[in-house]
Design a protein around this ligand. Structure first.
Ligand SMILES: NC(=O)c1ccc[n+]([C@@H]2O[C@H](COP(=O)([O-])OP(=O)(O)OC[C@H]3O[C@@H](n4cnc5c(N)ncnc54)[C@H](O)[C@@H]3O)[C@@H](O)[C@H]2O)c1
Length: 246
């Protein structure tokens, strides 16, 4: 496979082996990185594992589990240069119909794991004087989509968490950025897009005239994970076909 990138010798951890995480993990491995992928879903991990990609099963909803998962990845890889956070869940309901457990689950999976895993990754990268952290945010971190209150709050939270980490770790050579996709065709959006009229309605909001594909995120994520992006930190890169322009 032809690749634009050379990640030879790079040790990368990708949290979340779903549509986007697995695609990014594969792209990193095809660019010669050694990659560990974390996911709660064993079957998904089995699909993701290949040459250069090792899977570790982990439910990332507690600080202890996140600490252990990062320690295991560092042990398997022999260090850590890149951390990509691509774990996420959504549950679309109006605010007045959102129960506590939905709010708490989205906070834990989308935002708390971003803090717990990012902190553990930073603890390895900062003393080492090099690191690249990339969060999968969302256009929902900026726009006020109805029925997205907990999800939007977690993505806005990820953006600010990322900015503070970026500021604190910049002098140590560790950059922290986010890629914010628009609607992308993965399991996260499959059922929603299958509703009558929903796909056409979503497509009509995108100036590029189509929804995103996981492959649309690999270039943006790999750029921010690469040595070439050394002076870019604290940024949200929208990869949304122009969705946030309108
Ligand atoms: N697909 C989109 O339209 C879209 C748009 C904007 C942002 N994003 C973001 O991109 C990231 C990746 O999303 P995706 O589209 O690949 O979704 P996906 O549903 O395909 O993958 C998410 C993965 O997270 C894993 N996961 C869920 N809970 C977990 C837990 N407790 N512990 C460990 N793993 C857990 C799931 O098993 C799944 O493999 C998420 O942060 C998502 O919010 C996606």
């Amino acid at each position: 496979m032809r690749t634009t990138w050379d990640f030879a010798g790079t040790r990368a951890l990708v949290a979340g082996g779903g549509g986007i995480g697995a695609t990014v993990a594969r792209a990193l491995a095809e660019a010669y990185a050694d990659v560990v992928v974390l996911d709660v879903d064993k079957d998904r991990l089995e699909d993701t594992v290949r040459d250069g990609v090792t899977g570790v099963v982990a439910d990332l909803t507690s600080p202890a589990a996140c600490r252990t998962a990062v320690a295991e990845a560092v042990r398997l890889l022999g260090g850590l240069d890149v951390f990509v956070h691509a774990v996420g869940v959504n549950d679309r309901r109006p605010v007045l119909e959102t129960p506590d457990e939905v709010w708490e689950r989205l906070l834990a999976v989308n935002l708390s794991s971003a803090f717990w895993l990012g902190r553990a990754a930073g603890a390895v990268m900062v003393p080492n004087g090099y690191g690249r952290v990339v969060y999968l945010s969302s256009v929902s971190g900026l726009l006020a989509h109805r029925d997205h209150a907990p999800y939007a709050a977690t993505k806005g939270g990820v953006n600010q968490l990322m900015r503070v980490m970026a500021r604190e770790w910049a002098a140590a050579g560790v950059t922290v950025n986010a890629v914010a996709p628009g609607y992308t065709e993965t399991d996260l959006t499959r059922a929603y897009l299958a509703k009558p009229g929903m796909r056409a309605s979503m497509e009509s909001l995108v100036p590029a005239g189509r929804l995103g594909r996981p492959e649309d995120l690999t270039g943006p994520v790999l750029f921010l994970a690469s040595a070439e992006s050394a002076f870019v930190t604290g940024q949200v890169l929208y990869a949304d076909g122009g969705r946030t322009l309108v």
